[in-house]
Write a protein that binds this ligand. Structure first.
Ligand SMILES: Cc1cc2nc3c(=O)[nH]c(=O)nc-3n(C[C@H](O)[C@H](O)[C@H](O)COP(=O)(O)O)c2cc1C
Length: 409
């Protein structure tokens, strides 16, 4: 099942840590090699000596060497382990460690690895039900999921406290199975390919406090960036203002205006194999930006007129300057005659694919976690997708785009 796979196991200080002795045996029985990193709290629940004996390797139980030892040498174990591992499983993951990872704290062997490792990360939380259901824990878990970390849902059952509820570490066999499935899904087919994704709204300033914007949340673009990075691509994400977490292994560039988005898109377009323009770029911007806040008391009339001018058409520019074998994907957001309009846009802007969505449909468009889309390719072939979470849609889109990219002659 896991033949020749290299699993880095991060053990943290929950009562379920004692189960990791058997977990290591299960992994090894399935054909994997295991290395272990632990937090100091974890060493109170299971001895590093036990885990070292079962994994037949050294266990990292502290960031620094023991200063009281007669001979001290520094060791860059985090680099070596980072290069070695195919997957990093944190089991059990305490509420404390989950919070630290959510905020990028790197103060022990487990949290350092979570920040520095390039392979997929899986966490298996285990804790008392109240800790699990606490808003802080749930918000931290959402953050990790947004970044592309896989979370194995804790099971319902008897807890160490004697209470019954959600929070138990899943059965060891199902952890092994989940790790196997994540590794199987992890096909790095886009390794060496460069993908540029744009996401979110643009803000066109009227004065220092006001702007013309739109309701784009950036969720679809972020999901596409995450799906591309999971396939091994080198991803650059240019995004307008949003509160979303940067997906793992993605280079993020924050912009505000359409002009800034244009500047950075031009910078990266020549080196990109695929460009996916999912940002909702404002078509217009105020001709003049007031240096000071416009005050209603200073207006001579009842009405305030803001004159607008067209923003650069980034998609049109990219279509005109498209390189040979470069794939350009546009998005169309229309509330009527979507397909007809999208077909025209696909042709006029020299796109390879256009993704069409109608924000008036329930569960589609701005702000939702789901979307309903239609994909049209250059030959006019239409593929309708049913309502799906944006994460899943992004994976489906990337699998179609990757197939096209890898078959280009
Ligand atoms: C007996 C005992 C059992 C604990 N069990 C858990 C647990 O199952 N899950 C959890 O999140 N924290 C648990 N804690 C609290 C953690 O040990 C504590 O938050 C610690 O700081 C975690 O450190 P770490 O995340 O660096 O391993 C337990 C504490 C004690 C004393």
């Amino acid at each position: 099942m896991l033949r020749n796979k290299k699993i880095l196991l991060g053990v943290t200080g929950g009562i379920a840590a004692y189960k990791t002795a058997n977990l290591i045996r299960e992994f090894r029985k399935a054909g994997a090699s295991v290395r272990v990193v632990m937090t100091n709290a974890a060493t109170y629940f299971i001895s590093p000596v036990t885990l070292s004996a079962l994994s037949e390797g050294p266990v990292i139980a502290d960031t620094f060497p023991d200063l009281h030892h007669w001979q001290i040498s520094s060791d860059t174990w985090h680099i070596t382990l980072g290069e070695w591992a195919d997957i990093f499983l944190i089991a059990p993951a305490t509420a404390n460690t989950i919070a630290k990872i959510a905020y990028g704290v790197a103060d022990n062997p487990v949290t350092i690895m979570a920040l520095s490792i390039r392979c997929p990360i899986v966490i298996s939380p285990a804790m008392d039900t109240f800790m699990w259901e606490n808003k802080a824990t749930q918000e931290n878990i959402s953050k990790l999921i947004q970044r592309g970390i896989s979370v194995l849902e804790p099971e319902v059952g008897e807890l160490a406290s004697g209470l019954k509820g959600k929070g138990r570490l899943p059965e060891l066999k199902s952890i092994v199975k989940a790790v196997d499935e994540i590794l199987k899904k992890q096909k790095m087919i886009l390794k060496g390919k460069k993908i540029l994704v744009t996401a979110g709204p643009t803000y066109e300033p009227i004065d220092p406090v006001r702007f013309i914007g739109n309701r784009s949340s950036g969720k679809m673009g972020f999901a596409i960036a995450r799906a591309s990075a999971k396939l091994g691509a080198d991803v650059t994400l240019i995004t307008g203002p949003t509160t979303l977490e940067t997906p793992m292994n993605v280079k993020r560039i924050n912009i505000e205006t359409a002009d800034e988005m244009f500047k950075y898109t031009k910078k990266y377009m020549r080196t990109s194999d695929v460009i996916i323009m999912s940002a909702a770029v404002s078509d217009f911007k105020p001709i003049q930006k007031s240096k000071r806040k416009i005050k209603k008391e200073n207006l001579k009339e009842e009405n305030l007129t803001i004159e607008l001018k067209k923003n650069p058409d980034i998609l049109e520019y990219l279509g005109r300057h498209k390189l040979k074998n470069q794939i350009l994907v546009g998005f169309a957001l229309e509330t009527e005659n979507e397909i007809e309009y999208a077909r025209k846009k696909l042709k006029n802007k020299n796109l390879d694919f256009i993704v069409v969505n109608n924000p008036l449909l329930k569960g589609a468009g701005f702000g939702y976690d789901t979307n309903i889309i239609t994909l049209i390719d250059k030959k006019g072939k239409i593929k309708n997708f049913k309502i799906l979470p944006k994460e899943l849609l992004a994976e489906k889109l990337m699998s179609i785009i990757s197939e096209k990219l890898l078959n280009l002659k």
